[in-house]
Design a protein around this ligand. Structure first.
Ligand code: PHB
Length: 388
């Protein structure tokens, strides 16, 4: 009796040792759902590069476990595809974290799946206010449109811009931007003299831009998703002579983000926007970030890359605090209230809403060393998502 008990104990101890070492060698799996191909590929590329830069800097092992990135392509604004990919990642690949999402519809589609599967999910860009409220397992490191739009409404009125035409993309973040701008701008005494919503798929901005010119506003407030659409709009703005007509560009920073500025060219000069990141942000941490990123990828980092980079920082911190044993509820408890020293400056995840709290900068497009940049000249500290 004694002997067999002893053997059982030895056997059990042996089993535990095997299980323990197996876990030590299993990678921490991070499933990234990104718009790798299609019209939003440039956004996904920045996010992925930001993630990979973080891993290159810190090493691909944390708390004794390798970190494995599983990238899946949602091919654009495709919520059904995104939902299927997230489902496969949690059921078949058994990932420890879900990350990514440049676009709102894809992030929204993930919410019920990660809630049911209980998988901590880090939103690296998608910026419609409501997203993180859709799942207790979601947190966001990027921004929300109301958060980055509220400050430009205040800035515009203070700077004698009183008559504005609004143009936004006709989906979640555009509707959030429009509602936020209207609310704060009109409350401060501004007037919206016209507004238009443009389709997310294949928009033709020409007729809208002409209508804006004819309405003679002092500025056009714009939200369009970063990338191709921003370039297309700014091309029409130049060709139809809006700058010469004295119509300024204001809005959240997506339309003049770092990835598209050079493609837009000098017609971006003078645009004043509010946003959470500029490659020209003046800090030692950001200078190092931009230098490394440019050396590795031969292009300038934009705000989406920082979302990817900081999202990985969250995952590494969770893994460290849990000694490599990832548990969804413990992970979320650690994420709530987490502070990160980001290239954009310090940020915090709100312990209640799981949304990012950060400084929003006021910037103007100017030339620096012969290149276009968003030069920060004012800021609003500790901005939370005000909701809509
Ligand atoms: C979004 O779909 O939430 C989104 C996309 C591009 C942006 C900002 C937000 O620049």
């Amino acid at each position: 009796m004694k002997l067999s008990l002893g053997l059982a104990a030895v056997a059990a101890a042996g089993l535990f040792a095997v299980a323990g070492s197996a876990q030590a060698q299993e990678p921490i799996k991070v499933g990234a759902v990104l718009e790798v191909t299609g019209p939003f590929a440039s956004l996904a590329r920045q996010i992925e590069q930001g993630m990979r830069l973080y891993m290159a800097e810190k090493g691909d092992t944390v708390a004794g476990r390798k970190v494995e990135l599983l990238i899946r392509d949602s091919t654009g604004a495709q919520p059904e595809v995104a939902k299927r990919l997230v489902t496969e990642l949690v059921t078949r690949d058994k990932v420890d974290f879900i990350v990514g999402f440049a676009l709102t519809p894809n992030a929204m589609a993930a919410a019920p799946v990660v809630t049911e599967a209980k998988v901590p999910t880090i939103i690296m860009n998608a910026a419609t206010s409501a997203i993180v409220s859709k799942s207790p397992y979601m947190a966001r490191v990027s921004m929300t449109l109301p958060q980055v739009t509220m400050p430009i409404a205040e800035w515009a009125v203070k700077n004698q811009i009183k008559k504005v035409y609004s143009l936004v993309a006709d989906y979640g973040p555009g509707l959030d931007a429009e509602a936020t701008f209207k609310k704060y701008f009109t409350a401060a005494g501004g007037e919206i003299i016209g507004d238009v919503r443009t389709p997310l798929r294949n928009p033709d901005f020409g007729p809208f831009i002409q209508r804006i010119k004819d309405a003679k506003p002092e500025a056009v407030f714009i939200f369009l998703p970063a990338g191709e659409q921003a370039v297309a709009f700014m091309k029409g703005y130049r060709e139809r002579g809006l700058a010469e007509a004295g119509i300024r560009i204001i809005g959240p920073g997506d339309v003049v983000e770092d990835d598209v500025l050079e493609a837009i060219g000098d017609s971006a000069l003078g645009a004043v926007t509010t946003h959470h990141y500029s490659a020209a942000h003046d800090s030692a941490k950001n200078r190092a970030y931009v230098k490394e990123y440019e050396a590795k990828y031969k292009m300038r980092p934009n705000f989406m890359s920082v979302g990817g980079y900081d999202g990985m920082a969250v995952i590494y911190e969770v893994a460290k605090q849990l000694n490599g044993k990832i548990d969804a509820d413990k992970a979320m408890a650690i994420i709530k209230g987490m502070k990160i020293d980001s290239p954009r400056g310090p940020i915090q995840i709100d312990p209640v809403t799981r949304d990012v709290v950060q400084t929003v900068y006021v910037r103007k497009v100017e030339k620096k060393d012969g290149q276009l940049y968003n030069i920060e000249f004012d800021k609003f500290d500790n901005v939370r998502d005000p909701g809509t």
